[in-house]
Design a protein around this ligand. Structure first.
Ligand SMILES: [Zn+2]
Length: 181
């Protein structure tokens, strides 16, 4: 298989944020072989889609490309756009409980328990490995986006109460998806 075939074959201009229950959101994403210009262009486009969608994080499977990569901007500013290629969590400690949303679940927020402090290891746009330790919102983003790379979604993190509270919104998403496909 060609290196980064999923990236090379992606039509950047046509990329859109896809929504639950699109099956691409449930896939386990594949690692990226090389950090090159096509990957950098893809990341650029993902950043645009994240800011247009008013999100603080966006994982590649959310634009239908099932590779291990996400972008984030905890402060929601373009200068603070961060990229994590082939990321993995190396340590996580403490606990936080707070509201969480997702661009693939518009208009849904629910309480999700996450670790308070998370250390992630990933490659940057030059292909260099780095480690970053973050707390609060950024730690929450790390764990939320890592979930995406393993096909785990907000709905999988909902408790019984949250599922009931969001039942209508979830049903509407399923109906819209069925109509469009
Ligand atoms: Zn999400």
């Amino acid at each position: 298989m060609e290196q980064n075939a999923k990236i090379v074959s992606a039509d950047l201009a046509a990329l859109r944020v896809i929504r639950y229950p699109d099956p691409r959101l449930m896939e386990i994403c594949t690692a990226l072989d090389v950090v090159d210009d096509s990957l950098r262009a893809f990341v650029e486009r993902m950043g645009e889609l994240m800011f247009t969608g008013r999100g603080v994080g966006l994982a590649a499977p959310q634009v239908g490309v099932t590779v291990r990569l996400f972008v984030a901007s905890p402060t929601f500013t373009p200068e603070d756009r961060r990229v994590y290629i082939n990321p993995r969590i190396v340590s996580a400690e403490g606990k936080q409980d707070g509201d969480e949303g997702c661009l693939s679940f518009p208009e849904i927020t629910c309480r999700v328990k996450r670790h308070e402090t998370v250390t992630i290891r990933a490659q940057d746009l030059a292909g260099r490995w780095f480690e970053e330790t973050a707390s609060e919102l950024t730690a929450r983003i790390f764990e939320h986006e890592m979930d995406h790379l393993d096909g785990r979604l907000l709905v999988d993190r909902m408790g019984t109460v949250a599922k009931l509270a969001n039942r209508r919104a979830l049903n509407e998403l399923r109906e819209k998806y069925e109509e469009a496909n």
